[in-house]
Design a protein around this ligand. Structure first.
Ligand code: HEC
Length: 287
């Protein structure tokens, strides 16, 4: 009897003694060792599907809707020159570590209230370590080797038509409707239009006056130009985004925002299907 009591007391003491250690482990969920072991391809896919519409990673890339993230680790939050951060990020007084980023991506609205990074949902727990590991590699924070073949497959196919190199992107963009909301922040005006990217390199629109064309450049950016927009001072715009940003097809009225001209927010989204006349531009002439 005495022995049992002593024994359970001992167990209790042992648990109490371990508790701070367990807390610490919970705070530092992501060790460099565990991140190094994470699945690069899963991280890449998570980044492409959830982040690349707004962020580039390389040191020679620019800001899109979000800041370029080269060198983001160990940099003070909201301090990258030239990007218009929210007051929240500017006031934030910490350096980005894997754990800080993990906490933010787990709770995009609650972790830094007032931030303007509009991601629709938290990144699922299972994707966060691979995503952060991928970002450490691609933003120059570590020199861990990339797994073989990670990029080489798409690179080696450079000569092939885009429909074969990026089938998921292709089917998404060429067979569905891209919907825009043009918002002039100076006048408060807004207008909406739909465009239909065509496999022959042209762009048709629900608005007869709007026409355009597109191509994929050597960086694998999808670049397109639209003309005939009812906006001043210029009725046209040119915009590029990484093909990878559209690698995972998603439908929503508004999926991304860009700034094609000063004072303009252009909200873009995808809706399923498109009218027959806009098919894919392979055969019949466009109207
Ligand atoms: C809809 C566009 C959008 C998407 C998608 C998006 N971000 Fe952002 N991101 C932003 C904006 C805008 C900011 C600036 C936020 C602010 O100033 O409050 C930002 C800021 C950041 C910062 C802070 C940079 C710094 O220098 O302090 C990091 C890190 C970041 N994003 C990572 C990610 C990751 C990882 C994903 C994918 C899970 C992601 N973002 C998805 C728009 C986006």
């Amino acid at each position: 009897m005495l022995l049992t009591t002593n024994c359970s007391r001992l167990v209790l003491v042992a648990i109490l003694a371990l508790m701070p250690v367990m807390n610490l482990a919970a705070q530092e969920r992501l060790t460099m060792e565990s991140l190094k072991e994470a699945d690069y391809m899963r991280g890449k896919q998570a980044f492409q599907g959830r982040c690349s519409a707004c962020h580039t990673l390389g040191d020679d890339s620019g800001d899109i809707a979000g800041p370029n993230l080269w060198g983001v680790f160990d940099r003070v939050a909201g301090s990258k020159e030239g990007f218009g951060f929210s007051d929240t990020l500017v006031a934030a007084d910490f350096e980005w570590t894997p754990d800080q980023l993990d906490a933010w991506l787990a709770d995009p609205r609650g972790y830094l209230p007032g931030n303007i990074m509009g991601i629709p949902e938290p990144v699922p727990a299972g994707d966060r370590a691979p995503l952060i590991s991928f970002m450490l590699i691609e933003t120059g924070a570590v020199d861990w080797p990339r797994p073989e073949n990670a990029f080489s497959a798409a690179q080696k196919d450079k000569g092939k038509p885009p429909a074969e190199r990026f089938p998921s992107f292709w089917n998404h963009l060429m067979f569905n409707t891209t919907r825009y909301r043009w918002e002039d922040t100076n006048t408060g005006d807004e207008f909406k239009f739909e465009v239909y990217f065509q496999s022959n390199g042209m762009v048709a629109s629900s608005d007869k006056k709007i026409k355009g064309f597109w191509r994929i450049d050597e960086r694998d950016f999808f670049c397109y130009a639209l003309q005939g927009l009812k906006v001043s001072p210029v009725g046209h715009m040119v915009e590029c985004f990484p093909v990878a940003a559209m690698a995972i097809p998603r439908f929503a009225e508004e999926l991304w925002t860009s700034k094609p001209q000063p004072g303009v927010n252009l909200h873009g989204g995808m809706v399923p299907g498109r009218p027959d006349w806009a098919a894919t531009g392979e055969g019949p002439a466009l109207r």
